[in-house]
Design a protein around this ligand. Structure first.
Ligand SMILES: N[C@@H](CCC(=O)N[C@@H](CS)C(=O)NCC(=O)O)C(=O)O
Length: 235
């Protein structure tokens, strides 16, 4: 395995698990330092591995000898725990405990960026208003999804976010779609702001066309007689 990284908060968490795995199992890996100051992470060779253009990225070799890349520090932690921690020393076998570990990992994965945003404003943001800063950040994120779906860096267009080839509809799409489809609520228009993202808009429509998705956004029907739902009440 090779870790493409830098000595930053997100790099450190992966480095720590790799060190733990080395102590416990003798896991071996090499490290390739990415020079963030010269934007090495925005070069095309790196964007092919991670269209988000950020470290850390883990490279691993599968059983059939092909090299795979994994990005997002929390996804790398989950991958390493599953692939290299066969005795669940740093994870859990029990489904509930496993889910608990993921809950807290996801909690911090979604909360961590607030740290970065806070620092941006505490240090005196160059953008005149916070909405300008966040709209710029959102358009960059749409650009990452567009590049991924269009195959801009990989040369392979795809229909869905995860899976080999053109991808397969999965929880990755389900977890992303409700936010992306709501771009108008962020002040973006299809005609202007979203014009650079045609593959992303096609993806929004493709998923919207699924009957289960339509039912899923059609309000909750917990109290109907056919579907009494699960009620948890504080007595
Ligand atoms: N959500 C990503 C965040 C990765 C990230 O923000 N990496 C920073 C260093 S800690 C980076 O590469 N910054 C350079 C850039 O944004 O161009 C993860 O958890 O891996």
């Amino acid at each position: 395995m090779e870790l493409l990284t830098e000595n930053t908060t997100n790099g450190k968490k992966v480095q720590i698990l790799l060190e733990e795995l080395r102590d416990r199992y003798g896991t071996k890996w090499t490290t390739h330092l990415i020079d963030l100051e010269t934007d090495e992470q925005k070069k095309s060779w790196f964007l092919r591995l991670n269209p988000n253009g950020r470290i850390p990225v883990l490279l691993d070799v599968t059983d059939d000898g092909s090299v795979i890349s994994i990005f997002e520090s929390s996804a790398i932690l989950a991958y390493l725990q599953q692939s290299d921690d066969m005795h669940n020393v740093f994870g859990f076998g029990d489904a509930f405990e496993k889910s608990q570990a993921l809950q807290w990992l996801f909690f911090w994965h979604s909360s961590g960026p607030v740290h970065g945003h806070t620092r941006h404003f505490v240090k005196g943001a160059p953008e005149p208003t916070p909405s300008e800063y966040f709209q710029k950040a959102m358009l960059r994120i749409y650009g990452v999804l567009e590049a991924h779906l269009s195959g801009q860096h990989s040369g392979h267009p795809r229909q869905y976010l995860a899976g080999r080839g053109e991808g397969k509809y999965s929880i990755a799409d389900i977890g992303t779609w409700p936010h992306v489809r709501a771009y108008r609520s962020l002040g973006f228009s299809e005609e202007n702001d979203m014009r650079p993202f045609p593959h992303l808009l096609d993806w929004v429509d493709r998923i919207a066309a699924r009957p289960a998705v339509q039912r899923g956004i059609d309000g909750c029907k917990y109290d109907s007689e056919e579907n009494p739902g699960l009620h948890v009440r504080a007595e």
